[in-house]
Write a protein of this length. Structure first.
Length: 432
């Protein structure tokens, strides 16, 4: 009986085993890749906190001089010399031009002579008036003395007459003696009346000639002489002032902007020189209604010119109302020191005007989602969420907003983060 032989399975070679293991390993790696979770994006964050910013407003404008003064002549004399040219720097009191004054000087000499004559005439009249008043006073005093003497004599003779009449009644004195006394009384009364008339005449003469504050003939002549002397002196002073005004000087420190004067011309009523005061200047900055409401006189400001990094500090001197009714054009005037004269009238400038400080929740400007500044990305539990905000004011680096609570963590820089709403992120340690 033959035996049954069972065939054996061929043995698997080592090379096949290695290939099989490699295949199994590849399958395992693919399965692991399919089921793994993506790594969260790394972002920088910042914590919204209460803060304060000092915003500013940028306005374009031009430089104008602090003051522009026109210098004219009010004399009808011709110009004899012009001492400055356009563009010259002048100081207050510096001679700009001179007028010819030979005729005025001749009038001055004549007027001075008239003053001397009128003053002499006044002194003579005053002396005469004083002498007449003294004579009148002496006459009055003499008349009063004579009157007093006559009145004393009259009183004595009347007293004797009464006594004689009493004695005649008693038979002690003859009738002829009494009649003789009556004649004496009558004579004394005539003397007293004459003395009174003389006093009255002396007083009348004094009143007529003028005494003290009484207006009389002599006093009127004295006042007329005084008035003539005063008028002549006033004329001389006027001529002196006219001659002084013939030397035309600069009223301020500044730069001669225009010269309209030539020797030989008659400049009466014409502006000869225009001088700009530029040691200080104004920057005239047009602005709108919305902007002007934020600007206050006295606010700090600075100016820059094109192509220069120099900043000139200044102060808001005034906020001017609209020039044309119905428009919204306002003007901000900034006063700036210009001692070295580097700022010129008409030069365009950019003004930065400080606005009032703003308090509130402060965040960096880079945290805004877009240019509308209406939203930011907050980060909570590793998830990004969009939060609406309202910007109150910014200073170019940071902004004050409403709509966020203090302590909220937000994405610091949107452009650098490259994340969106709902993304899972790995946030850095939040900073202020």
């Amino acid at each position: 009986m033959s035996s049954l032989t069972i065939p054996r399975r061929p043995a698997i070679s080592n090379l096949a085993k290695l290939a099989l293991l490699a295949l199994c390993a590849g399958c395992s790696s693919h399965a692991a890749a399919v089921t793994s979770t993506p790594t969260p994006t790394h972002v920088d964050t910042v914590t919204a906190t209460a803060g304060v910013i000092n915003p500013s407003l940028q306005l374009g404008g031009v430089i104008t001089p602090y003051r522009q003064v026109g210098v004219a002549a009010n004399l009808s004399e011709p110009i004899s010399e012009v001492d400055v040219e356009e563009g010259a720097h002048v100081h207050a009191g510096q001679v700009l031009a001179r007028l010819l004054t030979d005729d005025l000087e001749a009038q001055l000499i004549s007027g001075q002579r008239v003053v001397l004559e009128d003053s002499a005439r006044y002194r003579q009249t005053a002396f005469q008036t004083g002498a007449v008043n003294a004579q009148d006073l002496s006459a009055i005093q003499s008349a009063r003395a004579t009157l007093r003497s006559a009145q004393v004599n009259l009183a004595g003779s009347e007293r004797d007459l009464r006594r004689y009449e009493a004695l005649e009644t008693q038979g002690y004195i003859a009738h002829e003696t009494v009649d003789q006394q009556r004649t004496t009384v009558a004579s004394d009364k005539e003397s007293a009346d004459a003395a009174q008339s003389a006093l009255d005449q002396a007083l009348a003469n004094a009143r007529a000639n003028g005494n003290a504050v009484n207006a009389g003939e002599q006093q009127q002549e004295l006042q007329a002489a005084r008035a003539a002397a005063d008028a002549a002196q006033a004329g001389v002073e006027q001529l002196r002032r006219q001659i002084a005004r013939a030397v035309i000087v600069a009223p301020i420190d500044g730069v001669v902007d225009a010269v309209n004067a030539n020797p030989g011309e008659y400049p009466l009523g014409r502006e000869l020189f225009t001088i700009e005061q530029i040691s200080r200047v104004y920057a005239v900055l047009p602005t709108s209604t919305a902007q002007v409401a934020q600007i206050r006189p006295g606010a700090a400001a600075s100016l820059t010119t094109a192509g220069s990094t120099r900043k000139d500090p200044g102060t808001v001197a005034a906020v001017l109302d609209e020039l044309v009714p119905g428009t919204t054009n306002f003007t901000v005037k900034v006063l700036v020191s210009n001692q070295d004269g580097h700022l010129h009238a008409g030069m365009p400038v950019t003004g930065s005007v400080d606005l009032p400080s703003v308090h509130g929740i402060e965040i960096p400007i880079t945290a805004f989602v877009d240019d509308t500044h209406a939203a930011v990305y907050t980060v909570s539990n590793g998830i990004v969420r969009t939060a609406s905000v309202v910007e109150v004011k910014d200073d170019g680096s940071n902004a004050i907003v409403t709509g966020l609570a203090a302590g909220t963590v937000i994405v610091k820089n949107i452009e650098a983060a490259n994340v969106g709403n709902g993304d899972r992120v790995q946030a850095s340690a939040a900073s202020k």
